[in-house]
Design a protein around this ligand. Structure first.
Ligand SMILES: [Mn+2]
Length: 172
């Protein structure tokens, strides 16, 4: 089962529209990790599951999300409430009592996929304003594939091609 994770478009609505249209019906859920700078009533959020970012001013966006289906238990947050721009410590502590085995955030605009305390932390990077050592990719999103034994995280560029060498597998 595949899940799309995307974040931090910062007003670049057209790239979100393009990606949503390409993946609608092909993934089980599409997570949007905040800082769209759009209204929560935007029709994009008929497909994208949002949380509020520090640059979102529509208070109708939820602060965070506990997602559960038959394949995946996930906690979604933008990250600013946990100051993930500093480190993942507060977020790591916040999820310690949660059933989620996957934790996803945005905010830093820096891609990341790592297992911490038995939970997979995924940052898809920013689709519009990438930062960090992989900013040269020009914006990224992630596809999470869940199998009975493994998680796989694959990063894609704005043209929806996978980034060579940026597919990571984690044992559950
Ligand atoms: Mn941002």
């Amino acid at each position: 089962m595949d899940y799309l994770i995307i974040s931090d478009a910062h007003g670049d609505r057209s790239i979100l529209e393009k990606i949503v249209n390409a993946y609608r019906g092909k993934v089980r859920a599409m997570f949007y990790n905040g800082d769209s700078e759009l209204d929560a009533s935007d029709e994009l959020f008929n497909d994208l599951l949002p949380v509020i970012g520090n640059m979102d001013y529509d208070e109708m966006f939820p602060a965070d999300r506990d997602f559960q289906d038959s394949e995946l238990s996930l906690y979604q947050t933008h990250g600013h409430f946990y100051h993930t721009e500093m480190d993942l410590n507060r977020l790591r502590e916040a999820v310690a009592s949660k059933p989620a085995t996957v934790v996803t955030s945005g905010h830093t605009h820096v891609i990341g996929a790592e297992m911490i305390d038995g939970r997979l932390f995924i940052n898809p990077g920013s689709i519009a304003l990438p930062k960090g050592p992989y900013a040269y990719l020009g914006g990224t999103y992630a596809i999470l594939t869940v199998t009975p034994a493994m998680y796989q995280v694959t990063y894609y560029q704005r043209d929806m091609t996978p980034v060579a060498g940026f597919s990571f597998t984690f044992k559950k």
